[in-house]
Design a protein around this ligand. Structure first.
Ligand code: HEC
Length: 112
């Protein structure tokens, strides 16, 4: 996974499927997470993915924590924010990523 555009094509197989993939919204633009004042929750979901407990209804999203370097994740966040919202860029994505990687539950999702 290299350029944010390439990465986001991966995301698009689920997130821009016009509702063809169950359990997700029609577009990433509808995720309030991308519109919030800081990128923390977006980082968390991208790094950890979504893994509903056995038997629980809900969609699965792969964890990207071990696939993206911090720089790639920062680029991806900036791209998603630009592409899917009309908000100002997040002020310090690199700082938020550093903080997130230092949290135990996020660090354990990161394999490198
Ligand atoms: C295999 C399908 C799949 C892929 C690939 C995928 N996701 Fe998801 N994603 C989901 C599902 C299912 C959910 C949970 C349902 C929802 O919130 O739409 C989700 C949720 C999210 C959320 C929102 C969480 C919330 O609470 O609002 C964001 C943001 C997100 N994904 C971003 C991404 C990004 C960025 C990528 C690519 C790096 C990606 N996803 C790749 C399936 C996928």
């Amino acid at each position: 996974m290299v350029a944010p555009q390439r990465a986001s094509e991966t995301c698009a197989t689920c997130h821009e499927s016009n509702g063809a993939v169950p359990f997700t919204t029609r577009s990433l633009a509808q995720h309030t997470i991308l519109h919030g004042p800081d990128p923390h929750n977006a980082i968390s979901v991208i790094v950890k993915g979504i893994d509903p407990p056995e038997g629980a209804p809900g969609g699965v999203m792969p964890a990207y924590g071990s696939l993206l370097t911090d720089a790639q994740l920062a680029d991806l966040l900036a791209y998603l924010r630009r592409r899917y919202t009309n908000e100002q860029p997040w002020p310090d994505p690199a700082g938020a990523i550093r903080d997130a990687r230092n949290q135990p539950e996020i660090r354990s999702a990161v394999m490198r």
